[in-house]
Structures are given as structure tokens and as C-alpha cells.
Design a protein around this ligand. Sequence first.
Ligand code: M6R
Length: 609
Amino acid sequence: MCGIVGYVGNRKSSEILLNGLSRLEYRGYDSAGIATMERNKIACIKTKGKVKSLIDLEKENSLNGAIGIAHTRWATHGKPSTENSHPHLDNSKKFAVVHNGIIENYKELKSFLQKNGYTFYSQTDTEIIPNLIAYYYKKMTPRFLEAVQLACNDLIGSFAIAVLSTYEPNKIIAVRKDSPLVIGKSNFETYICSDVLGILAYTKDFYILNDYEYAEISKDEIKFFNKTLQPIEKEIKSIEWDFSTAEKNGYDDFMLKEIYEQPISIRETIGSKLPIDAPSNLDEITFTRKYLSSLNKIFIIGCGTAMHAGLVAKAMFENLCNIPVEVDIASEFRYRNPIINEKTLAIFISQSGETADTIAALKLAKSKGAKTLAICNVIESTITREADYTIYTHAGPEIAVASTKAYTSQLILLAIIAIHFAEVLKSTDTETLNTFKNDILSISNKVSEILENIDILKEFAQDNCNIEHAFFIGRRMDYLVSLEGSLKLKEITYIHSEGYAAGELKHGPIALIENGINVITIITDQELMDKTLSNVHEVISRGARIFAITNLNFPHNDFDYFLNIPKTNELLSPILSVIPLQLISYYIAKEKGLDVDKPRNLAKSVTVE
Ligand code: M6R
């Protein structure tokens, strides 16, 4: 959840490191720090607060070294404070470490080091790492790389680390286990980062470290080693993302930019996968009719918004392919001994590809014999490397913590995969599939239409920014998108909200409805329209204020707010109805003066359990 940046080259490293940290700030943001090598001594500054505070501090302290490491922190062990910020130095100030992840056995290692005379100044798990390296350097080996390796062999948990040492002042050692780390290369300069976005401005060429691979980086070369420090060759990969897509491009916030990018990101996701009058084109997977008909279950796993996309996908696969689908939250799935075998296909959805619970769930499904398919946005992320097959959403970088364009792209991609399976299985007639394909191909223009008609959403946000509770209700697909609308409202406006199946209200939650409570209802299901409307009238009669979002015709004089959206296939309706829900949350958060892109307590990718 935190961010790491490192630099080895000829330039003033602090400028590059601070720039990289600013780009990573969405990952973790309660404190930040930087350490550079200054005439064979480590200079380290750190502070509580956002990267801006570190930039101001650097101006007072001017770090000029051409090699350095930096970090933004999202507290796990120990409160946000200067002492707990990274980099952490060993007692002799010969080693400096930045770390992402959690060291599960840090208490044992700390007491071992304390018995050996080491003192600790922070409450973090990380501070044991530089001291353990120093211990091994002193006791076992006068080689920087070997000392890091010996220390890492003792660590249980997850880590991506970058280490500086005055003993070999021209180098950085980097290593990872269960936490991402990439090495970027341009002419005579090397960058280290926990996320390609942090250094995309400098290079598009990356080495991706795997677990327990070490990189020994100096100005002239990068050497890679495996867990036992045998030299290994690594292939450099080019990332095609355009750097400008990671910029705000005139928008106030990344979230708004990403909401407005959806017509384009949806088109990018579709790409050439749906040729007219020809079968779908999914080169990434080679599932035969024999294999697909042998499946007794598809599992779809993810967290948060990705899991919500899975719920919609369940309806797509069950309707078009006639295969039973079970959807689960990754953190539950991994601990509940799910029934899986070689007749199970397990699909993992993740924007970042680095969510710790989703990775663990994937490893579990694989170990039980399932084939695994990743639906991911970030190229070469951990989940894509663990899964048997990967299909990328190609939505472009999503920076705002609240997921928007990743969700709509996930839904589009899952719909295409469901079509593909149905074609292979011949489980749905061609005419129905062709109509569904055309609905997918026309959806991007319908998203644009909604984005051009937002006055009522702004008005709702202005009138209701001070509410304390809200309900999102609907049936079938409208219920599934209610869950996503409710999650968006919670995470960026801090308003308590519930997504509920409209028919379930009277089994409990209707007790909470009283004068002035906001109920946002999504009604796009013709077959169930009357039933949902009668639930809406039940809450109106108890004083609720109603915002109805619909593509159907019905009398709505009793409603306080009303928005018509374009029609589409019922299975695709969440792709359209989620857009106003994203915007409602966005504009309420703006009315409240909140930091939309970086809501409190949240980080973009949750790389710890
Ligand atoms: O990167 P992932 O898709 O695996 O992330 C999963 C969730 O953490 C994520 O969707 C989260 O719920 C979002 N902040 C929701 O907007």
C-alpha cells in the first residue's frame, strides 16, 4: 500500500525521487521520507504528512546525491509519525531501508536484535531490516548483497525493499517477496519503483522482479541474482502506457478524469475482440468445447469493486453459458476451504493485480487443481504472472482510489468472455449473441450521453451533501449496481450508505427509513419494474426522499429527483447506471471539500492482508 522509489544515475536524485513519490502518493499517504548518498554518508529526511511536506523539507536541507531511495507510507505498524516514516536506518547509520509489506515475525527478530545490543526508535516492523542487515554484515559477511540476502532469509511476511549502504555507496540492492517491485532502465540511469506509474515519466523499459530475486544496481550495470545469489538473466519489457494518461489533463481530480475517460476506456477494452459477423476474438485463452463443457462451476473472486464486477459477471455467464457461477470475496474464499477441483475455472478480477487477498485466493485455487484466469488492468502485475491465463482490461492507469473506469472495463471484458464461452459451447443462439455484441459495441456512445447530462446529479449533490445516511436499492442487475454505488458513496464522501435488494428492505432495513432519508433507486428491469416501484412507494410513505435512475417509463411525480438514462441489454445495464452513481459520489465529496482522489484510510491497492 506504500510506495517505493529509488534512483541511481548522474542527476540530483532527490528531484527524481520526490517526483516519483508524488505520482505514487495515491498508494499511501500519511508520511514520506527520502535518503540519499552524500559523500559516502547517508542523508535522510522524513516527515509526517503528504509528499508536499517532504518537498518543502528537502528545500531546507537540499540533498544533492545522485543515488537515493524514497518512500510514502500508509501506516500498518505504528502511528503516522516522523519516527515511523521510512527510510529506516540501522544503529550505526550504515544502511538505509525503504520497505513495503508486513514482516510478520518482526517481534521475534526485534527481541533477537535487542539481545544483541540493538536499539529501536520506531514502532515499525521495518526498522528490524536495516539492523538485521547490519548484524549479518558485521558477523557473517563483508558483502552488502550477501548481508541483505541473509537478512531476507529470516523475514516472514511480505516485502519489497530497497537498501542503501555506505559500505558500497554506489549501489542500491532491491528485492521483493509478495509485494511488487520493478526496475526501470534508461540510458545510464536506473529507477526502482513499486509501481511503474511512479517512473513512467522517465522510462517505459522495465525489469519485473519475481519473489526472492535480487537486483544489485550501480550506475553502469544492473546484476540480477536468485534466492541463493546465483546470477540470473532477466528480460526487459516495454510498457505501452502513455505517460499523459497518468496526468490530470486539465481535470480537477483523477477521479473525474477517469469517469470521463470511460467512453474511451470501454472502446480500448473492446479493441478488436468483437469483429462484426465473426466469432469473438480472444487469443489469450484457448479453452476448448470439451474443457468448457467439463466445468461444473466457475468461481469469480475479487475484492471491493472488482468483486462487484464479478457479481454482474455471474449473471452473464449463467445466462449465456449455462454454467453455475459462485462469486466470492477473496479474503473469505481463501480461508473457507472452497470446493474446487480440475472441473472448476477460477476467474480473478483485479485492477491493480497486486491485491494481497486476491493473490492468495488465486494460489489456493491453483493448488486445488483449478485453471485460473486473471482479469487485470496493470500489465505484468503479480496476479497476471501467477495465473494460467490473463486477459487485460486495457483501461489505462487508474490513479484515483475509487475505482470507476476499471469497473466498467471489467464488465465489458467479462461480457466478451461470456460471449466467447457461449460461442465455443454453442449454449446461446447466434442471433441473441449478435444482438448482445451490438449492444456492447454501442455502449460507449451511451456512456458519453450520460456524461453530457449531469445537471440533476450536481443538483442532488448540492442539496444532499450534508446527509448522514443513504440507501441504494434495486432488483437483479439494479441491485448489483446498487452495491457499487453504495461503496463509492462510502469511500469518498464518508456518508454511511447501504446497497440493498429492493425486495429485502422490508426484512429489516426499512426500520431505518424515516423523514428525509435518501433512497437512490435504480430501475432498469422492465420485468420487475412494478415490484421495485412498490418498494419505492413503501419508503416514500415513511418519509424517504427519492432519486430514481431509470431507462423505463413510469409516473414519477412523487419522486424528488429523476434521471433518464439510455436503454441497453439488461445484463449490461450496470455499465450505464453506475455512471450517475459515480458522479453523485464525486460531486457530494467535492461539495464537502474532501480529497476525492485520496480518501482517508484508503489506499489504491491493498497489498497487505
Ligand atoms: O486492485 P483491485 O481491483 O484488486 O482492488 C480491489 C479493491 O481494493 C478496490 O476495488 C476497492 O474496493 C476500490 N477502492 C473501490 O473503489
